[in-house]
Design a protein around this ligand. Structure first.
Ligand SMILES: Nc1ncnc2c1ncn2[C@@H]1O[C@H](COP(=O)(O)OP(=O)(O)O)[C@@H](O)[C@H]1O
Ligand SMILES: [Mg+2]
Length: 388
C-alpha cells in the first residue's frame, strides 16, 4: 500500500508513480463532484465517490460506492482507496468522517464544515471575524420566537439552522400571523430568525487556500435568485473597493480555519455595503462560470488546494454569464450553435425545481454580456428575466 503522509503535511504525493494515478475520494456524487472529476482528469487524478444512489451525476464519470454517508465501512473503504477525501455538499455526517481519525486526510477542514452546517455558528463566526451580517436570534420555542421578533423586528426570515438549500426550510415573515404560521411549519428543527434585508444586489466571492497557505481569489460574482434558487450569475462584477472588501472577508475565514480547498461566501449588497449571508465550504454554483470564464476553474483550484499543488490563476477571460437550467432541459441543439456558449448537462432526471445543467456564455464587453444574458434568460426562464 502507498505510504500516506500525515494530515496537512505538504505536499501530498504530487505526481503519479508506479502505483498508478492518485485517487481523490469524494463524499457526495452530485453535479459538483462530477465537475470536480472532469477538471481533475487532465491533472492525472482518479476519483471515487460515495453517495446514496447509483444514478448520481458523478456515477457517469467515475466509480461510486453506494450507501449511506454514515456507513463507516464504506467511509473506511473510501479512505483506504483515496489519497485525500473531500465532499461536494456540506450536509455530510461530520461525526462519521471523524471516526476515520488519522487514517484519512480530509479537506476542507471539518471545523469549517461544522460551522457551515449551522446557521447560528456561521453568524457567530462572522461576528467574531468582524464581518458584517444580518441581525439574528436563535428560535427553539414560542417564547424565544416572541423574543426574536421583538429584538430583530419585522420583516424577517425564519430558517432552519441546518440542512437548508435552494431556499428550502425558510419562510419570509412580514407580520405576526406569518411568523406563527412559519413557526408551525418549521418547528421540530432548531431555527434562526434573521432580519429581512432589502438588498440592491446579491454577490458571492469564491477563493481557494492551499495546504501550502497560498490563497487565490476569483473576481466577485453577481447573483440573481428566484424562489431561493440561483438563476443567473454574472462575473466579474462590482467596483474594485467592493471586491477588495469581499476578498478581505473571505481571507479572514480562510485563515481562521487554516482552510484547504475552495470556500464561498454569499453577501447582500445594500447601499454599497456588504452583509454576509452564508458560507459554503466547497465549490459553488455561483462559480460554474470559472470553467470557461477564468484562467483556472474553481474545480481545478479546489483539487490543487487540497493536494498542496500550486494554485492556478483566477483571472477572468472576458465577461461571463452563467444560467442554471432548472426543472426542464431546453433543447440543446437550439443553443449550442451560438458563439461562446458552453452547454453543461448533468445527466439528471428532470424534476420541478431541480438543477439539471447550466449554460455559460462569454463576451468581450460587459454590455454585450448583459444583453446576451438577458436575451438567453428570456428564452430559458422568462420569469427571472423580468427582474433583470
Ligand atoms: N435575510 C434575508 N433577507 C433577504 N433575502 C434573503 C434573506 N435570507 C435569504 N434570502 C433570500 O433567499 C435566498 C436563499 O437563502 P440562503 O440563506 O442563501 O439559503 P440557501 O441558499 O441555503 O437555501 C438568498 O439568496 C436570498 O435571495
Ligand atoms: Mg444561499
Amino acid at each position: 500500500m502507498r505510504k500516506r503522509l500525515p494530515c496537512s503535511s505538504i505536499p501530498i504525493r504530487a505526481t503519479p508513480d508506479e502505483t498508478g494515478p492518485m485517487t481523490i475520494g469524494i463524499v457526495g456524487g452530485g453535479q459538483l463532484g462530477r465537475m470536480m472529476a472532469l477538471a481533475g482528469y487532465p491533472l492525472g487524478l482518479d476519483f471515487l465517490f460515495l453517495d446514496r444512489a447509483a444514478d448520481m451525476p458523478a456515477a457517469q464519470v467515475a466509480p461510486m460506492l453506494v450507501g449511506e454517508f454514515t456507513d463507516r465501512k464504506l467511509l473506511r473503504e473510501l479512505a483506504r482507496r483515496s489519497e485525500v477525501i473531500t465532499f461536494d455538499w456540506e450536509n455530510v455526517s461530520i461525526e462519521s468522517l471523524r471516526t476515520l481519525g488519522r487514517s484519512a486526510s480530509i479537506a476542507p477542514p471539518l471545523a469549517a464544515l461544522a460551522m457551515s452546517q449551522d446557521r447560528i455558528a456561521e453568524k457567530k463566526l462572522f461576528d467574531t471575524l468582524g464581518i458584517p451580517t444580518t441581525r439574528y436570534a436563535a428560535v427553539e420555542s414560542q417564547a424565544s420566537l416572541v423574543r426574536a421578533l421583538r429584538d430583530v423586528g419585522l420583516p424577517g426570515v425564519l430558517k432552519t439552522r441546518r440542512l437548508g438549500y435552494d431556499g428550502k426550510g425558510q419562510a419570509v415573515v412580514r407580520n405576526l400571523e406569518e411568523a406563527w404560521l412559519a413557526f408551525e411549519r418549521l418547528r421540530g428543527s432548531p431555527l434562526i430568525y434573521e432580519e429581512f434585508i432589502t438588498f440592491d444586489d446579491e454577490v458571492s466571492i469564491i477563493g481557494a487556500r492551499s495546504r501550502r497557505g497560498e490563497i487565490a481569489v476569483y473576481p466577485l460574482n453577481r447573483n440573481l435568485h428566484r424562489e431561493g434558487i440561483l438563476r443567473l450569475t454574472r462575473a466579474p462584477w462590482g467596483a474594485p473597493a467592493l471586491q477588495r472588501r469581499a476578498t478581505t472577508h473571505l481571507k479572514r475565514v480562510l485563515e481562521h480555519f487554516r482552510y484547504e480547498g475552495v470556500l464561498n461566501i454569499e453577501f447582500f449588497v445594500r447601499n454599497g455595503r456588504l452583509i454576509a449571508n452564508e458560507t459554503a465550504p466547497r465549490v459553488h454554483n455561483s462559480g460554474h462560470w470559472t470553467i470557461e470564464g477564468a484562467a483556472t476553474s474553481q474545480f481545478e483550484n479546489h483539487l490543487r488546494a487540497i493536494l498542496g499543488l500550486p494554485l492556478g490563476a483566477t483571472t477572468a477571460r472576458g465577461h461571463a454569464a452563467m444560467i442554471n437550467l432548472i426543472g426542464r432541459m431546453p433543447s440543446r441543439d437550439t443553443f449550442i450553435g451560438e458563439s461562446e456558449l458552453h452547454w453543461h448537462d448533468y445527466g439528471k432526471t428532470a424534476r420541478a425545481g431541480r438543477k439539471l445543467g447550466h449554460i455559460t456564455l462569454l463576451a468581450d464587453t460587459v454590455a454585450r454580456r448583459d444583453a446576451r444574458a438577458k436575451h438567453l434568460l428570456r428564452r430559458i426562464d422568462p420569469t427571472s428575466a423580468r427582474s433583470l
